[in-house]
Every structure is written in structure tokens, then in C-alpha cells.
Design a protein around this ligand. Sequence first.
Ligand code: ATP
Ligand code: MN
Length: 538
Amino acid sequence: MDKTRQFTKTISLKKYGINHDNFNYQLSADELHAVTLEKGLGVEASSGTLAINTGEFTGRSPKDRFIVKDAITKDKIWWGDINIPFDPDAFDKLHDKVISYLNEKELYVRDCYACADINYRMNIRVINEYPWSNMFAYNMFIRPTSEELKNFDPEWTVINAPGFMAVADVDGTRQHNFAILNFTKKIALIGGTGYTGEIKKGIFSALNFILPVQKNTLPMHCSANVGKDGDTAIFFGLSGTGKTTLSTDPTRKLIGDDEHGWNNENAVFNFEGGCYAKVINLSGENEPEIFGAIKKGAILENVVMDGEGEVDFSDISITQNTRVSYPLYHIENIKQPSIGHNPKNIFFLTADAFGVLPPISKLTPNQAAYHFISGYTAKVAGTEAGVVEPQPSFSACFGAPFMPLHPTEYAEMLSKKMKDAGVNVWLVNTGWTGGPYGVGTRMKLKYTRAMIHAALNGDLGSYSYDTYHIHSVFGVAQPRFCPGVPTEVLSPRTTWNDDEKYYKTAFKLSNAFRKNFEKFESYASEEIRRGGPQRYAF
Ligand code: ATP
Ligand code: MN
């Protein structure tokens, strides 16, 4: 194939222990797309989009995510099931083995950045075994200009060897796959898994340690966009709650869909240069912007196609977590650079499968702190017939798997910033209405969008008895009216048509909140504790 490079610079990988020159540096997305097809590692959908399978893993593997415990990290990390310690010597041995493995392979290498704000920039060199993983890095990280590339000095290295299998007993891992962060060596070492999300979330986790500890900046698992008047909105939420969907809004400029920092110069900045959207049940009608971004340059993951290369977005036979990555410029209305002013509105998105939280409610500052530390969403039940019980899922800061510090450190920073900036905080239930999962239905996307627009436009007014109702169980302020939304939809109790069942389920959720918060009680002030649900069933 034509190896005309976008950039002509040559580099050596000797300092990484890679002794050959059989690597492709800074290939363009088109070149990586072509190489992937040439090597039979992917196929092309009818839209011209590259489609690949990530292999054994179609999602992240949180139990195989480690942090090297050393002088930098030992006293600062919140060690436990989420941040699992890894021995520095074991890291060195495993690292050597991965490098020996990569010495036998043709490689794909690229230099890129994280953080749109130049003052926080992290220079990254990504070394991949597969061309499509390197194209993912092109899509998701910030792309340096050829000028910037001339003097590029890589700081962090992502070493990504999906085909390398660890031997747990020998290597100190849990099983054959691993994602290990080493803050002293500035390496994210990923092996045994081809899931691309590990690459972006590896760097995200590194920034979630570096920014607060070294730069006094708050990292956030949220999406962000900005309105015509320059008003920034950010959307926190766990996976599947709507960060990507709701921030991709034709009436507002997209800043980013997943990872942002909030600095002390009153700005919110994207860490990334692309989006990573779920495509399960995606339709051009409901989500035209994301649908339109799926074209040459994007990468579809683990989707199923017919003989003509037509993607069936409803087919979840490989995984429910079908995805597409694309560079930000695949979306028409984007903010450039990916930086916005202090947020005016913060949305906490939750997909409440119990169907008891109001579709939108306004939070006091203490309620905001309580809900941020709790990080509630719900997982729907398994797909077996008859199982309709949702599972509550709490993940502190709406992103615990990526947060190396104790959750209250992020919560304190956020509370202070929210106070200083005087933001409005809203809790949005993008989950179920009219009953729990299995009985009710998912909230209509057009209603959620209308509620968010109403909040952003100031149409929900300020708090008064006429405009808001205080929810008797959760204590949050539920608007009585919202343009574009039938009034009964605003009250979850009304949509159930069965008060007894509604309150029974609401208490089930308030109890789950209380139980989850127990581990944070000694850290939280009395005011924040009172920001939780008002009533519990005993
Ligand atoms: P991740 O952190 O994994 O990237 P995310 O928060 O970005 O997750 P989305 O990719 O936006 O989540 O997923 C939300 C999914 O829920 C989409 O498939 C979207 O179509 C669907 N959905 C259905 N109803 C709604 C709603 N009312 N609001 C938001 N999303 C909805
Ligand atoms: Mn997303």
C-alpha cells in the first residue's frame, strides 16, 4: 500500500526496548483504515466505516485494572477493590515480557495529546500491536499539528498489546488480561484485551490522579456543551445514562462527551479529541448527529452487519456494548478549541430502572454533594424471562472505576467550585417511567431533551410552591410544568397509577441510598448527609 505519511519525521523506539524499525509512525486514519482491511483485521460497512471486533473483551475489565504501588502513589491512592495495588518489581518483569512480545511484531505508533487546555496538556505516545487500536487513538486523543509534532516530547506511554497473554501465577495479574498504571514510569500497560475503551480510560484514570494532586484541577467523568450565549452545561452520569446522547445537541456546541477538567481559571476543558458512543438501537431519526458521524474515519466495534454491509443496530448478539469512535470533527456543531467557561448548569444523569426518581428535579447544594458522592444509577435485570427486579448501582463521583483518590476529595473540589460559580444542579432520570423496568418504559428521549432545554433556558423558573413540588421521599424539587413535556410525565407517582406500589419501590431505592452512603458518613458533614432521601422504610 501507499505509505505516504502525513508526517515525515522519523523516531526510534530504542528507549522503550523495542529494537526493530518495523513500525508505522503517525499513519493517517485513512492509512490505518486501509491497513486494517488489508490485513483482514476488519471490514468496511456500507457507510464506508471501518468495523472491527475487539475480541474476547467487548467492555472494560475493572477487576484487572491495577495501579503500581510506589513512592508516588502509596499514600495518596484510595486502595481497595477499585484501585488494586500492583508490585513495582512485578510490573518491571511484566513490562519486559510485553516489550519482548512487541519486538516480534509490526507496530503502530502515534504521538498525541490529552487536554484541550494547553496549560494542562499531557503528551502521549501510543504503541499498538493492531492498526485499528492506533486509529482509535487517532480518533480519541487530541491530534497534534505537524508543526507541534516537530518538537514533540512524549511524556506518558500507552503500551497496548491485546495479543499478549499474562500468566496470572507468574505475572501477578488476576488472569491473562490487565491494564496497569505506573505513575513513576508514566506508562499505561495494557495486555490480553483488545477493548479500545481501556486505552482512553487508562489515560483518564492517570489524569484523575495527576490533575487534582499536581495541578489543583478537578477531573470529571462528564460530557459538556455550550449554548449560543456561551453558557456551559456539563452532564455527569455512569455508563448508559446519556452523557454522549444528550451532549450531542444540534442547538449547542459540543465540547466533549466523556472526560473533562474544571480548572481554577474558570474553564472546563475536554481531555479528548473524539467521542465514543454507544450504538445499541441507534437510529438516524432519534439521534441524527451521532448517526451521521458514522462514516469513513469512524470505527464501529462489535456490531453485526448483513451481506451488504448494512449495520443492524438492534443486533446485540456480540455484545450490548456496541460502540463507535469518531473524531470530534465528525460532529457539525462543535466548540473549538474544546474549552468552555464555568458551567451554569450541571446535570446528574441517572437511568433509574426502578422508575421512581422524577424525570427532572432541582437539587440544593447539599443534595448535589450527596448525589455526587452516591453516584446512583440502576442496572436492568438480566434478560431471563420473568426477572424484572432492577439492581441499584452506586459509583462515587459517577465514575468510581476511574478515580484513584478517595471520592470525597473530588466531591470537596466540586462543591467549592459549584458554590463559587453559582451553578444550578439538576438530577435527570433518563431511565424508566410508568413503573420499573419490565413494567414501565424508558423515558422518551424527546422529553428528556425538552426538560434539559427548559432547565438551560430558565423555563423551569426559580423555586416556589407554584413552580415546584418537594418529593416526599427523595426531598428533591420536582417542577410542576415543563414546556414540551406532558405534565403527568413530570410526576413519577402519577405515571405509575398505583400509589402503594410506587411508594414501596421508592422506599426500596431510598434504603439502597442510605445503605450505600454508610461508608461515606464519617467523611460527610451533617448538611451533606441531610441532602439524601428524606424518608426510608424500616
Ligand atoms: P458511557 O459512559 O458508557 O459512554 P453515556 O453516559 O455516554 O455512557 P450514552 O452513550 O449516551 O451513555 O447512552 C445512552 C443510551 O440510552 C443511548 O443508547 C440512548 O439512545 C438511550 N436512551 C434512551 N432513552 C434515553 C433518554 N431519555 N435519555 C438519554 N438516553 C436515552
Ligand atoms: Mn459516552
